[in-house]
Design a binder for this molecule. Sequence first.
Ligand SMILES: Nc1ncnc2c1ncn2[C@@H]1O[C@H](COP(=O)(O)OS(=O)(=O)O)[C@@H](OP(=O)(O)O)[C@H]1O
Length: 358
Amino acid sequence: DRCSTTTSPSPVKASFGRAAGLLEDLSSQRTKRLVYEWTAGSELTGYGAARRSSRVLADERARQVVEVPEESLLLPPPDLVASRRVSPRFAGQLSPLGEGSKKLPQALIIGVKKGGTRALLEFLRVHPDIRAVGAEPHFFDRNYDNGLEWYRELMPKTLEGQITMEKTPSYFVTREAPARISAMSRDTKLIVVVRDPVTRAISDYTQTLSKKPDIPSFESLTFKNRTTGLIDTSWSAIQIGIYAKHLDNWLQYFPMDQILFVSGERLISDPAGELGRVQDFLGLKRIITDKHFYFNQTKGFPCLKKAEGSSKPHCLGKTKGRTHPNIDPEVVQRLRDFYRPFNMKFYQMTGRFFGWDD
Ligand SMILES: Nc1ncnc2c1ncn2[C@@H]1O[C@H](COP(=O)(O)OS(=O)(=O)O)[C@@H](OP(=O)(O)O)[C@H]1O
């Protein structure tokens, strides 16, 4: 099993020996090749619409991409929620007759920021036994004072056996979040999408840059002192990637087998494979399979052949899959050296080798 969910910590060397050969293809260059192979593979196997897949068709699909504007993912103000005038868009999908009841989530995507959390949630929503909030509620960090009833009211209605979910990537780095989630329910299942911390930091910076074009360069924000090479670990773009440290905090409240780690890289190179693991973890039938995805050449990412509640192909919006600025390779290398010991610790803790360190 390439994506072993072994929970007992294994010695780092052993993890390497066992997994290095299997997962070495996660290095960035090889990921590109994998993505290509995966695309070619889907065209060869030719299921559904992909049977006719060609460059022309891919371009046609690219034009049909359904963009989800970011504003529509913003939460409504609390008074709107209280008076129940929340549009179904915010409250998630209603069941056909509007029956069911709003329940607190049984599973959460808690992080990491820029890891691929939106992609995972959008893919999971295809499952008939999953209902999810579209917006990020930020309940366990910013909105905790609104109370659990406010939170529950945001949730879509679900029927018996359906799982309610939401995603807020900042939970993973919020000190109080584990205790608060545990107080809601000790049985909450937690999912963390992790990505190479260096690319994650650059992705985070790229997002900030898109909103504030005047900020200093990535290189200058990285260092406290460029001459001594001292890294500014207080910069959130760097801090968030120290996964082992944040995970420690969660393990004070949740056992390891209640947390699933999804590889952000594999979510791109093999979405169906990662979705298979997630469905198993949630105790659901594996309904989302490779038949649900196609690789959109223009977007450069896997997309859904049919979005939830629609018959149209669906890629994530323009804010997902941004072009990153070129970063000084020396700075990238310095960051790789900085993260290496934390990554080793993280592989050891999770029992999974993510292949971020060459
Ligand atoms: N299928 C698909 N389509 C588009 N983008 C995808 C997909 N799968 C993963 N990704 C990666 O998701 C990155 C954004 O991560 P998040 O959704 O977690 O970001 S956020 O924290 O909610 O802002 C985003 O990061 P950037 O490439 O840096 O923009 C993508 O690389």
